[in-house]
Design a protein around this ligand. Structure first.
Ligand code: PFF
Length: 448
C-alpha cells in the first residue's frame, strides 16, 4: 500500500477532506437553493440532514476507506467479496466523473469573475446590470469552454502529483485564507443598511414553504456539501493513518463545512435585502449579488479579486477530490498509472461538460430539455449531485449497518469491540435512521 501515498498528519487529512467538502457547494449552491425554497425552512431541514444523515455516513465512508485502503469499488469488493455491492462503488465513480463535468464549469465562472474584476469590468456594478453581465458571460461558448478546460486542466495537474505532495499541501495553505476573507465579507454584509430583512428571510421559518421537493433538495445538498454518497470520503479515508480518530475528524470536517455554508448565507441574504434583489435568483444568484457588494465597499476591488480567487481555490480542492475518486479506481482496479488515469478521466469529463456549457448558450435543446423542462445543466445537477449521492448514501449506510461486521466496523472506527455509547448511536443511525429517512425522502419524489 505504501505506493498509494498517505496524508502526513491528521490536520493534513482534515484540511484535505474539509477542502473537498467546502467548495462552490457552500458558497454557490447552498445560497441559491436556500433562496429558491424561501429561506429559513430550507436551512433548518439542511442542518438536520447534516447531523442526522451526513455525519453517520461520513464516519462509515472514512472507516470503509481506511479499513480497506482502497477506492470505492475496491472497498466494497474487499469487504464483501463476490457480491453486487461493488455496484455502489461504480455508481460513485460515475457520479464523480459526472459531477466533475458541470462542477468545473461553475468553478470556471469564479476564474472568469476574477479576471472581470481585474479588468475593472464590474466597476460601478448595479443590481440592474449584473444579471445582464452574467447572462452575456455565460452565453459566450468559447470563453466557457476555455474556463471549463482550464479548470479541469489545473485539477488534473495537481491530482497527477499525488496525495501529500499535491492535494494536502495546497489545502493546508488555502482553506484558512478563505475563511478569513469570508469573515471580512460577513462584516460588510451585516452592517449594510436594510440587512435585517435578509436575516429575517434566512432565520425566520415559514413552515408553509415545506415541500417534498424541498426536503429532497435539502438532503441532497447535505450529501453534496459534505462530499458524501459517492465514495470521495472512502477514497480520502484510504490514505488516512490508522492512529487518527475517525469520529473526531468527521466532527471537524462536518463542522467546518457547515459553518462555511451558513456563513455564506449570512453574507448573501442580508446583501440581497439591502439592495432590494430577489433571493430567488436561481443558479447565478451569487454572481448577481457579489459584484454589487464589492463595488460598494472600501477596497472592494481588492476584496473581489481575493474572494473569487479563493472561491476558485475552494472549488479546486473539491474538483481534486472528485477526480481523485475516478483516478484511484483506475489505478487500483484497472492498474493504470496515475498520470494516464488522471488525464484520461479529466479529458472525458471535459467532453461531458460541453452540453452543460451549451445549456447557458442559446442552444434550445440544451437550455430546455424536452419532457423534463429543465436545462441539461440542471438535469445533471439534480440527477448526479442530488439523486445519485442520496442513493449512494442510502446503500453505504445499509452496508455499514448490516453487511459490514459490527465488530470490524467498530474496531476500525476506534470504538473497540464492545462499543462505546457513541457507537450505539452511530449503529442506530446507519441501520435505521439513515436508510428510512433517505428512502422515505426519495419515495416522495415518485409519490408527490
Ligand atoms: N462538497 C463539494 C462542495 O460542496 O462544493 C462538492 C463535492 C465534492 C461533492 C466532492 C462530492 C464530492 F465527492
Amino acid at each position: 500500500m505504501a505506493s498509494r501515498g498517505k496524508w502526513t498528519s491528521s490536520i493534513g487529512f482534515i484540511l484535505a477532506a474539509a477542502g473537498s467538502a467546502i467548495g462552490i457547494g457552500n458558497i454557490w449552491r447552498f445560497p441559491y437553493m436556500t433562496g429558491k425554497y424561501g429561506g429559513a425552512v430550507f436551512l433548518f431541514v439542511y442542518l438536520a440532514a447534516v447531523v442526522l444523515l451526513g455525519m453517520p455516513v461520513m464516519i462509515a465512508e472514512i472507516a470503509m476507506g481506511r479499513a480497506t485502503g482502497k477506492n470505492p469499488v475496491g472497498a466494497f469488493r474487499e469487504l464483501r467479496p463476490k457480491s453486487q455491492w461493488k455496484l455502489v462503488g461504480y455508481l460513485g465513480v460515475i457520479a464523480g466523473l459526472m459531477i466533475l463535468s458541470y462542477y468545473s464549469l461553475i468553478s470556471g465562472w469564479t476564474l472568469g469573475y476574477f479576471f472581470k474584476t481585474l479588468a475593472g469590468q464590474l466597476r460601478g456594478a448595479t443590481t440592474e446590470a449584473t444579471p445582464a453581465v452574467f447572462a452575456a458571460f455565460s452565453a459566450n461558448v468559447g470563453l466557457q469552454l476555455l474556463l471549463l478546460g482550464a479548470f479541469i486542466f489545473l485539477t488534473a495537474w495537481i491530482v497527477s502529483r499525488g496525495i501529500s505532495g499535491g492535494i494536502e499541501k495546497a489545502c493546508k495553505v488555502l482553506m484558512p485564507v478563505l475563511v478569513v476573507i469570508m469573515l471580512v465579507l460577513l462584516g460588510r454584509a451585516l452592517t449594510l443598511p436594510g440587512a435585517g430583512k435578509g436575516l429575517e428571510f434566512y432565520l425566520k421559518p415559514d413552515f408553509s414553504k415545506l415541500s417534498p421537493q424541498m426536503v429532497i433538495d435539502a438532503m441532497g445538498q447535505a450529501f453534496f456539501s459534505l462530499s458524501l454518497g459517492m465514495g470521495a470520503m472512502i477514497t480520502y479515508g484510504s490514505y488516512l493513518k490508522k492512529d487518527e480518530s475517525i469520529p473526531r475528524s468527521t466532527a471537524w470536517v462536518a463542522g467546518l463545512d457547515t459553518v462555511t455554508a451558513v456563513m455564506a448565507g449570512f453574507i448573501i441574504f442580508p446583501a440581497l435585502a439591502a439592495y432590494g434583489m430577489s433571493p430567488a435568483g436561481g443558479h447565478p444568484l451569487v454572481f448577481h449579488i457579489l459584484p454589487v457588494i464589492f463595488d460598494r465597499m472600501p477596497l472592494g476591488t481588492a476584496f473581489g479579486l481575493l474572494f473569487f480567487l479563493l472561491l476558485g481555490v475552494a472549488a479546486l480542492a473539491s474538483t481534486i477530490s472528485l477526480l481523485e475518486v475516478v483516478a484511484a479506481y483506475c489505478i487500483d482496479e484497472l492498474k493504470w498509472n496515475r498520470s494516464k488515469a488522471v488525464w484520461l478521466a479529466g479529458g472525458l469529463s471535459f467532453l461531458l461538460g460541453i452540453p452543460s456549457v451549451l445549456s447557458f448558450a442559446g442552444v434550445p435543446c440544451f437550455r430546455r430539455l424536452p419532457l423534463v423542462g429543465v436545462s441539461f445543466f440542471e438535469m445533471m445537477d439534480f440527477v448526479w449531485g442530488t439523486l445519485a449521492l442520496s442513493v449512494g448514501a442510502l446503500f453505504i449506510s445499509i452496508f455499514a449497518g448490516f453487511v459490514w461486521k459490527k465488530s470490524a466496523a467498530f474496531r476500525e472506527i476506534g470504538w473497540g469491540t464492545k462499543g462505546a455509547r457513541l457507537g450505539s448511536v452511530w449503529l442506530f443511525s446507519v441501520r435505521y435512521l439513515c436508510p428510512l429517512l433517505i428512502a422515505a425522502t426519495l419515495a416522495m419524489l415518485f409519490v408527490g
